[in-house]
Design a binder for this molecule. Structure first.
Ligand code: ADP
Ligand code: MG
Length: 618
């Protein structure tokens, strides 16, 4: 399974039948609140929506945003831009947003930060493990089988201690953590950015519930490296909720500070709802019926008003993005892509600021709150072998070969051969003392050379000699850049001829490839007949040549009837060639072949006699 262990929400998924999918719990929700409620020192922790509901009345036993504490020690705060370890409302962390009712954060015996509830100190590892265990259960229920291995994501800025602690939490939850994956890398995987060519750089802007971070990644051979990362662990959707809730309450007597924690919770709840609605509509009416006895609360908020409230926070994300880019030594033009991740990037104002910073329309084709989880699932799928890393290799769009005797296409590299590739064949002289051969490099799917496209042509010389004595190897090789090199080597003399054909071998328009294939299908029957004819005719030539050469040598050893049979056979072949009838030619070839059997035997006998005589010195 792949797990996005988020500050506010967590998700789990698996690769099913080759596809990454996220799994839903019994209520049909794919998101699990990263909230844990402890009913007492001995009670089993409650995770998710139910814990989220309890935080209002039992804040002291409910842990939110435990991710902020994991792997951290007292005095570590300096790493968060010098900000104190406090919630956005100035209250202590973990439940403090609801009026200081959250459990107490305290350093444990080893100096690591933990949370005290009902007099029990609990480590963030243990609390995170409760969330992970819950996700494991969701997966097991959905899959109806046990799950043992996981990939878990963490922010790119997590240090070693935080990563180790996350790993440990997984172990405690009964999972073998196969990999701790950076969240921006997971997002890039989910967007398929690992398929970008060469050395591409991408920006990942992640604005979630509690945190913001931006990472600049560089892709090298399908592997991502973090060039730079910046962020704010106290900036996210929760802050927008709080600002809006405070704004809503601002017209009340006593304002936000005059509210009880329960009232604050109700205002916050309404603020979240209103915020979500404002991502899709221009204004929304917030209603809290009978919120104080008979009194009802109604206030309209426009998108413009809301954006004004959060503007300083959005500008801060912009500043951090520029910092990250300058750290990476890049300008927006150097980026191949910019993707938005995290539920808060649904806000139109966030999309606008991202477009401005990265100088392009950001890719919003994925569910922003699901991308990190999907990336974790993909990574898990790759590791488990359930998902093959789809690397698109270049292939030869059409067959490549050379023209051989009889005007035939002789394929050396078939169509759809993945490149780089290398293949070759040996050729010889068809006639005695042939001075050389012309090599025509062809591309196409047709049987006859003339119907294919000629990419190049060159000559190779043969050493003088009897038919079939020359040995010329022709090798085709295409490198990764699609350059076709043809090497013709006379294996006897060692002389090479090298011809290079740039790109033509792979750069063919889809339309032309389609046309060529369609033609080869249309003409498949004629092509095949023609090839067979050419091959049969070639055989006839060979036979006729052989008979013409051997007959005078046989002398008296060949009787008249055999001689007559051969003469008849020759006439039959010649007539069939003349008539252009393939079937007749094939039969004639076979008849002549049979008729020459005695002749061939006589010649072999003669040759043996000669050899023996020579050996004995006669
Ligand atoms: P994290 O990774 O920090 O757990 P998520 O990526 O799941 O967080 O994002 C959660 C945040 O996204 C919450 O603050 C939620 O209010 C916000 N969010 C979800 N949908 C919308 C929306 N339509 N408009 C604005 N914010 C949204
Ligand atoms: Mg997240």
């Amino acid at each position: 399974i792949g797990i996005d262990l988020g500050t506010t929400q967590s998700l789990v998924g698996v690769v099913d039948a080759g596809f990454p999918i996220l799994l839903a719990d019994a209520q049909g929700s794919r998101m699990t609140r990263s909230v844990v409620y402890y009913g007492g020192a001995e009670a089993a922790p409650v995770v998710g929506a139910e814990a989220w509901r309890r935080r209002v009345t039992e804040g002291a036993r409910t842990v939110v945003s435990v991710k902020r504490l994991i792997g951290r020690r007292a005095g570590d705060h300096a790493m968060e831009d010098g900000k104190p370890d406090r919630g956005s409302d100035g209250e202590p962390e973990a439940g403090g947003r609801f009026g200081g009712m959250g459990p107490e954060v305290r350093a444990g015996a080893d100096g690591s930060l933990g949370i005290v509830m009902d007099g029990v100190w609990r480590s963030p590892i243990e609390i995170s493990a409760a969330i992970l265990r819950r996700l494991k259960e969701v997966a097991e229920a959905a899959l109806e089988r046990p799950v043992a291995r996981a990939v878990i994501t963490v922010p790119a800025y997590f240090n070693d201690a935080q990563r180790q602690a996350t790993r440990e939490a997984g172990r405690l939850a009964g999972l073998k953590v196969e990999r701790i994956l950076n969240e921006p890398t997971a997002a890039a995987l989910a967007f398929g950015l690992d398929k970008l060519g060469g050395r591409s750089r991408v920006a990942v802007y992640d604005l979630g519930g509690g945190t913001f971070d931006v990472s600049i990644l560089e892709l090298n051979d399908g592997i991502f490296q973090v060039l730079a990362t910046h962020g704010d662990t106290r900036l996210g959707g929760d802050d927008f909720d709080l600002l809006l809730a405070q704004w809503l309450a601002s017209e009340l007597e006593g304002g936000w500070s005059g509210l009880t924690s329960l009232e604050r919770a109700r205002f916050l709840e309404s603020a979240v709802e209103a915020k979500h609605a404002l991502s899709f509509q221009e204004e929304v009416e917030v209603r809290l019926p009978f919120w104080r006895g008979a009194e009802s609360f109604v206030r309209t908020v426009t998108r413009r008003e809301f954006e004004k409230l959060i503007k300083p926070l959005l500008e801060r994300t912009g500043k951090l993005c520029r910092k990250a880019m300058s750290d990476a030594g890049l300008t927006p033009a150097d980026l191949s892509a910019a993707v938005l991740v995290g539920g808060s990037t649904r806000l139109p104002a966030v999309r606008e600021i991202a477009a401005e910073i990265f100088g392009r329309e950001p890719d919003t084709s994925r569910h922003p709150d699901e991308t990190v989880a999907l990336g974790a699932v993909i990574q898990a799928g790759i590791l488990s072998g359930a998902m093959r890393r789809v690397v698109l290799l270049d292939v030869t769009p059409l067959s490549l070969g050379i023209e051989t005797f009889g005007g035939l296409m002789n394929v050396i590299l078939p169509r759809n051969t993945t490149i780089p590739a290398k293949a070759g064949e040996l050729f010889t002289n068809a006639v005695t003392d042939q001075p050389g051969m012309r090599i025509r490099v062809l591309q196409g799917e047709r049987e006859m050379a003339r119907d294919n496209w000629t990419l190049g042509e060159f000559e190779v010389g043969f050493e003088k000699g009897p038919k079939g004595s020359a040995r010329v190897g022709v090798q085709f090789s295409i490198d990764a850049d699609g350059i076709l090199t043809i090497l013709a080597r006379d294996t006897k003399t060692g002389l090479d001829k090298v011809v290079e054909i740039r790109h033509a071998a792979v750069d063919v328009s889809e339309a032309k490839v389609g046309e060529m294939i369609a033609q080869s299908v249309d003409h498949a029957f004629e092509d095949m007949t023609e090839r067979q004819w050419a091959e049969a005719a070639l055989k006839s030539r060979e036979l006729l040549d052989a008979v013409a050469g051997a007959l005078p040598l046989a002398g008296d050893a060949l009787d008249d009837s055999a001689r007559g049979e051969i003469r008849q056979g020759v006439a039959g072949v010649e007539a069939a060639l003349e008539a252009g009838d393939l079937r007749r030619l094939k039969t004639a070839n076979a008849t002549l072949d049979e008729a020459t059997e005695t002749l061939a035997a006589i010649l072999v006998e003669q040759a043996m006699d000669a050899a023996v005589a020579k050996k004995m010195g006669i």
